[in-house]
Design a protein around this ligand. Structure first.
Ligand code: 0RQ
Length: 499
């Protein structure tokens, strides 16, 4: 079978109203770039002609503006899952134009295979190379591509010439069997390889190959500011002290780190800390700072699902692939985030909270409990199974009008049973082995902003009876109610809630 090259417009003609489309990639990395904008244009034309046109968009994680941006602006998305981080998609979800369901990233591929989410009509996959036999070298983000390709009736390949063919060898693609035939996933250290370096698909399913030549366009990080720098410093000091005391083994343990400015600052901080030995990562996303740490020898190896790195660094890595070849492996999200492996390897996890409550519950997804931010991503996969689970966030948001430490979280993603450590720029709350009251005292003393400490201590005193977890149900959302009413949590008056 010879390879059939088609235009992006022709590729879009294969996508129909109500189809479910699985896109390759994880974050912007490895996400297709040219077919989705054509699907969006098709949707707009169909809408103008008075015909419905909406598709279900399934991905590995967040995407890029080419997918979530163009399709949401064209009102072309019925269902969306899992993680997303594009402003227009977020608006579409919060306006209920798009029906969004949030799922742990490690479960996306397996739930799709189990048939829980119905049929996949088409997979759109970015590739660095493809052969007539259906052998695909993926781009620098894998996500759920193997499962989408297995399950889809049709496959459209976006052959991105920006990706060197010599990316072959960086991937390790493996899909577990479905229960009851499932066995252990045989990864015993981050660098273990258990699968294939290419994605093998049925060539008869490939309806065409669309050429592209575009960068992933991962957003550049803001320069580290005083707050993120302090959070990074607190994380590093905490890890160094745990290592020194023997609570982290001498050879150290693999690290996972979420995405964003704080995560980037933490990793840079680890690089500069002489008390932390060279380490490995078993993580979902490799960000800019990790590439620097590899060059310095501080990060010895990283297993990931994507290289979510800025354009400049993409060029640097592609120009020096041989240096990185034995230091990086890119896996499906199902494996990069697998709870079994996270528990086995003893991973130290660092993720970001929107808010945490005084008892250690964490909300990573919903602003004031109602508006979806991005989704749980991999934070649940890692946190629940970690050797040590750390959550970081600035102690206040929106110029101090929001306290990140609240009496009760307005939505729960990570419960007090899974959260070991909370770190803000104010300090470190180590929650291990502490009762709810002890946790509350530690979190308020060490992590809350000074502006909110008094209000939080007063909240604890509201509980009239002696009890294990001193909540006052009529007041526990007082901070959130006040923010909705006046726009400033600091104006909360507890007497409004106690009659
Ligand atoms: O708003 O953008 O208008 O300034 O939330 O906050 O402090 O810049 O932090 O970019 O790291 O995002 C939790 C959303 C944090 C992210 C979250 C406002 C704040 C700002 C962003 P502006 P920051 P970050 C890896 C693992 C969940 C999944 C996860 C996330 C904006 O890290 O999605 O960890 N995590 N996955 O002002 C209202 C609050 C707020 C608030 C902050 N309490 N209420 N707004 N903000 N706290 C990813 C993957 O799995 C792929």
């Amino acid at each position: 079978m010879s390879l059939k090259f088609i235009s992006a417009e022709e590729a879009a003609s294969h996508i129909h109203n109500n189809d479910t489309v699985g896109f390759s990639g994880f974050t912007a990395a490895g996400t297709p770039k040219v077919v989705a904008p054509e699907i969006a244009q098709k949707a707009e034309k169909e809408h103008e002609a008075g015909r419905p046109f909406r598709i279900n968009v399934f991905t590995g994680a967040s995407t890029n503006d080419f997918v979530d941006g163009t399709l949401s602006r064209a009102k072309a998305v019925y269902k969306r899952t899992p993680y997303q981080s594009c402003k227009d998609m977020r608006n579409s979800i919060n306006n209920n134009e798009t029906s969004y369901f949030d799922v742990h990233l490690s479960e996306m591929a397996q739930n799709t295979r189990y048939g829980f989410y119905g049929k996949i009509n088409t997979a759109i996959i970015e590739a660095a190379d493809v052969t007539e036999q259906g052998e695909i070298v993926l781009g620098i983000g894998v996500g759920a591509s193997p499962t989408f390709c297995d399950m889809a009736d049709k496959i459209i390949i976006e052959l991105n010439h920006h990706n060197p063919k010599s990316l072959r060898g960086f991937h390790d693609l493996y899909q577990p069997l479905n229960p009851p035939h499932r066995r252990e996933i045989p990864i015993y250290k981050p660098s273990d390889r258990i699968g294939s370096e290419i994605l093998k698909v049925d060539p008869k399913k490939i309806v065409g190959i669309v050429e592209s030549d575009l960068y992933d366009n991962v957003k550049e990080f803001s320069p580290v500011d005083e707050v993120t720098e302090k959070i990074g410093e607190n994380v590093c000091n905490f890890l160094a002290s745990q290592h020194k005391s023997g609570l982290i083994p001498r050879e150290f343990l693999p690290l996972q780190s979420g995405v964003g400015n704080v995560a980037n600052a933490v990793l840079s901080g680890l690089g500069n800390n002489p008390d932390i030995p060279a380490f490995e990562m078993y993580t979902e996303v490799v960000q800019d700072s990790v590439i620097g740490l590899m060059k310095e020898g501080k990060c010895k190896f990283a297993s990931c699902c994507s290289l979510t790195i800025s354009n400049k660094l993409v060029d640097e890595v592609f120009a020096d692939l041989d240096f990185f070849r034995n230091k990086l492996v890119i896996r499906p999200g199902e494996i990069s985030n697998h709870p079994e492996i996270v528990r086995r390897l003893g991973i130290i996890t660092i993720n970001t909270a929107l808010e945490a409550d005084i008892f250690g519950n964490v909300n990573s997804t919903h602003v004031t409990g109602t508006k979806m931010m991005n989704g749980i991503g991999g934070s649940g996969d890692f946190t629940r199974n970690a050797y040590l689970s750390i959550f970081t966030c600035p102690s206040v948001a929106k110029n101090g009008k929001i306290s990140a430490i609240v009496p009760m979280v307005s939505h729960l993603d990570h419960s007090e049973h899974s959260v070991d450590i909370i770190i803000t720029e104010q300090g470190i709350a180590d929650l291990r082995g502490k009762s709810p009251i002890e946790r509350a005292q530690t979190i308020i003393d060490n992590c809350a902003h000074p502006m909110y400490k008094g209000l939080l201590r007063d909240y604890l005193k509201l509980s009239a009876t002696k009890t294990h977890t001193p909540h006052t149900l009529s007041a526990c959302f007082g901070f959130h109610n006040e923010f909705i009413k006046s726009g400033d949590m600091a104006l909360t008056n507890w007497s409004d809630y106690i009659k």
